[in-house]
Write a protein that binds this ligand. Sequence first.
Ligand code: GLU
Length: 284
Amino acid sequence: MTYIGRFAPSPSGRLHFGSVVAALGSYLRAKSLNGKWLIRIEDLDTPRCPPETADIILQELDALGLKSDGEILIQSHRKKIYEQALRTLLDERQAFFCTCTRAQLTKRPCHCYLETKENLPHASIRFKPLRGYTPSFHDELQGDIKVNLPDKFITLKRSDGIIAYNLACVTDDALCNVTEIVRGSDLIDVTPIQISLFKALHHKIPDFLHLPLALEANGYKLSKQNHAPAIFDLFTPQEIFIRALIFLGQDTSKINSNASLQTIIDYAVINFNLDKIPLSSQSV
Ligand code: GLU
C-alpha cells in the first residue's frame, strides 16, 4: 500500500518556524517511505483566514522545495462534501442539532441529542462519539498515548454555519486515502475525537504521528496567535530547511546552507531517521 501523508496548514498567517517543522516532518516521513505528500489548505474559519494568505503559504512551501504530489485541496471550495458527511452522521443519529448557547453549556449539560430536531438553520450540529470512544491511541513516534478527552459532544458545524475543523479534516484525510497523519503535538488532544469520527463515517483509520512543538522561550507554542515571526523574513530557504532538520534531530553533518536546496532535500530524505526526532517540545 502506498504511504500517503499530508500537510494541512490553516492560512491565518505566513509560515512560522513551527509550521515549517510540521511541513518538513510530514514531508520527510512520506518521502523516506517512497510515499506521496499532499498539501491541503484549511481555510474554513474565514474570519481568521484572509484569502491572500493561502497563496503566500503555498509560495513559501514551494520556495522550500516542498511540492504537493496531488491536487492541493482548498477546504473553502469543498463545503458540499462536508455537508454530505454531516448528512450521513445526522441520518445515522451520530450527530444532532443543538440549540444550547455557550453560556447555557457552561451551566448544564446538553440534552439536545435526546430530541430529533431537524433543519434548524441557526443551530449548531454536534457529534455524539460512538461507544468505545477512548482517550487512548497509538502514536507512531510517542508510543501509546492517553489524553484528557475534550467535551463529550463535539461541534461539527457552528451556529454561524462554519464547518468545524474536525469534520473537514477527517473527511478530507479519508477521501484522500491518507495513511498516516503527521502533525504537531498540539493536536494530540483531538485525535481520539477524529478516530471516533473516522469510525462513525465508516472510513479506515489512518496512523497518527505527532511531532514535538517549537516553543517560544516562555514555553508557549510558536503560533500565529502569539505573533510568531514569518520565517521567510529571517532566513533563506536553505537556512530554514537546515534549522528545521536540526530541530527534528536529523543529521545535517554533510550539508550547509550554501548547498543547493535540492542537495539539502535529497540528503534529508535519504538520511531521515524517525528515531532521532525528540519526543518533547523544545524552545527555539
Ligand atoms: N490546520 C491545522 C493547523 O494549522 C492542522 C490540522 C492537522 O494537521 O490536522 O494547525
